[in-house]
Write a protein that binds this ligand. Sequence first.
Ligand code: ZN
Ligand code: ZN
Length: 278
Amino acid sequence: MKHRWNVTILGVRGSIPMPDADFLGYGGHTSCVAVDCGAELVVLDAGSGLSRLRPSPRPGGQMRLDILLSHMHLDHIMGLPGCRALYDPDAEVHLYGEAREGRSLCAQLETLVGPPYWPLKLAEFPARVEFHEVGPGDTFRLAGRAGLPGVTVHTLRGNHPNQSLLYRLEEGSRRVIYALDCETGAALRPALEDFARDGDLLIWDATFTEEELAGRPGWGHSSWQQGAVLGRAAGVRLTLMTHYSWQYPDSLLEAQERLAAAQGAGICFAREGMEIQL
Ligand SMILES: [Zn+2]
Ligand SMILES: [Zn+2]
């Protein structure tokens, strides 16, 4: 019998954290999703929600995190100093992302996590930190464990200011697609549909309502309706909306979720703390 994957939503906001009381029904932390694949604990983006993660050792006793970064915008990396595993001398933290404009992944991250913005550079934390530079169209394996097949990761270029990477995690027939900070459109749509094909879970950029999105071309974001259409066309079992505008309180998101529910099954709005088993 194949083991299950457990997906935990740790942060749901775009741009900046929003810890006001009328935002906390959905959540105030910026983007972070943990996927416990058994042998691997994969973290998708290092938004402020990363501080909620209490990682446990992998089978065999190793403490290891694999953090896949979609891009360097603050809301996707600001949680790194709150990553508990970085303070554990027995832990390994593997960071994946793009080298950009002649700057290594490490150099980009240490612009934020390093003096004068943070007292330690990433390499100076107690944990062993390794950097893995990846790009669009890449396929790579995570470490896994002897005797287990391990997770394979595929990437796709996202349409976003300063660009982004979308990720697909695969093991056997199981697929989780992470597509945040991406403005869909006619040009990208076929590639997105292929990338998400037959997914068990599509984690989607639902930053703006359709009404607001119409006035935000070039901002690099999408709507839940676009995710619903894409998910259905690609044969995805569940499309999970997240990365909500930091200006949308619970009341607005509840109204959007009611509209989505009227479209039938297969759509879900993320809330912090939500767990999904695959
Ligand atoms: Zn973002
Ligand atoms: Zn962004």
